[in-house]
Design a protein around this ligand. Structure first.
Ligand code: G4P
Length: 535
């Protein structure tokens, strides 16, 4: 589903003040910490440390049942909404760690831009690279924040170079760090030509820190630090001015230039200047391409799509929360919409929004917002909801699974229950289904982006469908959808180092045990097209 930039001038002020984004990063880069600090600065949390403490509890156990109990937390932290300096911020949570799943990717479909959070010692790491690839395909504007600058990391100029190489997009430093003895003293706002000096709070970043600003001057930096630090900072700034990319606000908002920021989420250094600049430059809610046209956020009729479905806590009721991104119009509690896939009416009674850890009922929402709708199994990923003329959103992309297992039941009499369970859970996006035999009537292979999806699958099959199922790993980790000439397809599918599967639409998928085998196939693939994603 492609996002299309919107012109702010035509928007209702309520829509124009909305900013909807996700943070993408590799585990441990500091996403939880930064999320907390954004909430802290947004006034939605009074003392940082709460989200993190809860997360620690959740991760302290590998028992899925215990995690299920804690599920309330992950639900409530799925979308966080707060106000900041006149903006209405929707921060979409993309879980990292072992929570990693397709949900994480899909959440990006609902975002209008992303913050790319990097560890100052590591630069762009694997998970970030994967998430960035998704953002790039959707042309989402990216804002890069180099975290952990309170401790020694790579040289900032080196990081800038690395980033440009990795992203294949021009990068421009919006803020530049002033370092003394390898510790961050201040950041220079290059556009405004001011310096933010930071004080450490006495409580290790649990509350906001005071920021002192001064106009950018060599003398002032020398006074605060040393002559040598001022010299080096000014040399670096001169280099950025001469050899670096110009800071072009319009290009940033359009996603053609990546602005770079430095700071430390832990100590709050740089968080506030970053947030101010980010919200100023982040795009307004984007228009969305639909079959036969475009939905503009300014369109009067309500439209929205389901991008994520989360099973709820109580397994006795198959009730779930469907997350809906509003793409146009205005929502009021009790609004009756049409569910595009069935053509049936659906009343959206008191859906939920999430403010920090609190769930609140929504009386009103606008294009750009995300609401959580209670669902008794009617909704699916990609469903369109609307009040005016019917819209069909482009498909929400599926993502290549990295784990594949054969699924079976011990008791053959339970097989129909397994099939129902698998079908419904696949519709929710909880797992992807494949067949090893294209003629088979039911799928027997499940694929997942994250291993945890399998734990959830088994748990839910047992508790919601009464089917104790068994998984047996195929030992394959890389998948490619293929097409091409008959001969090429035949050759590709007959090699012994790979496995052939068929997805739900009957498309052929090749599985490889490792990246090497996959690259080998790509190299010798004359007449064959290998795609990372299904068509
Ligand atoms: P994640 O959600 O991206 O996985 O990262 P998280 O915020 O949990 O942070 C991972 C680790 O990095 C934590 O340390 C956290 O305190 C630390 N961290 C986050 N931001 C900064 C920063 O700006 N500077 C420094 N120096 N460290 C930072 P931990 O030891 O794993 O956990 P904890 O014991 O601190 O809770």
């Amino acid at each position: 589903m492609t996002a299309v930039a919107t012109t702010e001038s035509v928007l209702h002020p309520e829509i124009a003040r909305r900013r909807t984004f996700a943070i993408i990063s590799h585990p441990d880069a500091g996403k939880t910490t930064l999320t907390e600090k954004l909430l802290l600065y947004g006034g939605a949390l009074h003392l940082a440390g709460t989200v993190k403490a809860r997360r620690a509890e959740r991760h302290a156990t590998s028992d899925w049942l215990a995690m299920e109990k804690e599920r309330g937390i992950s639900v409530t932290t799925s979308v966080l909404q707060f106000d900041y300096h006149g903006f209405r911020v929707n921060l979409l949570d993309t879980p990292g760690h072992e929570d990693f799943s397709e949900d994480t990717y899909r959440t990006l479909v609902a975002a209008d831009c992303a913050i790319m959070l990097l560890d100052n010692r590591k630069g762009v790491e694997e998970r970030t690279r994967q998430l960035y690839a998704v953002c790039r395909r959707r042309k989402l504007p990216i804002f890069a924040f180099v975290n952990k600058c309170d401790r020694v990391g790579r040289d900032p100029l080196e990081l800038l170079g690395l980033l440009e190489e990795e992203l294949e997009l021009p990068v421009a430093a919006a803020m530049w760090p002033v370092m003394q003895n390898d510790t961050l003293q201040a950041v220079v706002d290059r556009r405004r030509q001011i310096v933010h000096w930071f004080q450490r709070g006495g409580d290790h970043g649990a509350s906001r820190v005071a920021v002192e600003t001064s106009p950018l001057s060599h003398e002032d930096i020398a006074k605060h630090t040393s002559q040598a630090v001022a010299d080096r900072t000014f040399e670096e700034l001169a280099l950025l001015d001469e050899a670096g990319n110009a800071l072009d606000d319009a290009a940033i908002t359009a996603g053609e230039l990546v602005p770079l920021y430095f700071g430390s989420a832990l100590t709050n250094f740089g968080v506030e200047p970053f947030l101010d600049d980010f919200l100023r430059l982040a795009p307004v809610p984007a228009a969305r391409s639909v079959e036969g046209g475009i939905v503009e956020p300014s369109d009067e009729a309500f439209t929205g799509f389901v991008f994520k479905i989360q099973a709820n806590m109580d397994p006795r009721h198959r009730d779930r929360i469907a997350f809906v991104r509003l793409t146009s119009g205005h929502f009021e509690a009790g609004l009756q919409v049409t569910l595009g896939r069935t053509g049936k009416p659906l009343r959206l009674n008191l859906p939920q929004q999430f403010l920090a850890q609190e769930r609140t009922h929504v009386e009103e929402a606008w294009a750009g917002d995300v609401i959580g709708v209670h669902d008794r199994g009617n909704l699916r990923i990609g469903d369109a909801l609307f009040t005016g003329k019917p819209v069909v959103f482009d498909d929400i992309p599926r993502f290549p699974p990295e784990h594949f297992s054969r699924i079976s039941v011990r008791d053959p009499l339970r097989r129909p229950h397994l099939d129902t369970g698998l079908r419904q859970l696949a519709e929710e996006g909880a797992v992807q289904l494949f067949r090893a035999d294209p003629q088979a009537s039911v799928p027997d292979i499940v694929g997942a982006v994250g291993q945890l999806q399998f734990d959830v699958l088994l748990h839910r099959l047992q508790h919601e469908y009464g089917v104790p199922a068994k998984l047996e790993s195929l030992g394959m980790s890389h998948a490619r959808w293929i097409s091409g000439t008959k001969e090429a397809m035949q050759k590709a599918t007959s090699m012994r180092d790979r496995m052939v599967l068929y997805d739900q639409k009957g498309q052929t998928v090749l599985l490889f045990a490792n990246a090497f085998a996959m690259r080998w196939a790509e190299r010798e693939s004359e007449g064959l097209v290998l795609r990372e994603f299904p068509e």
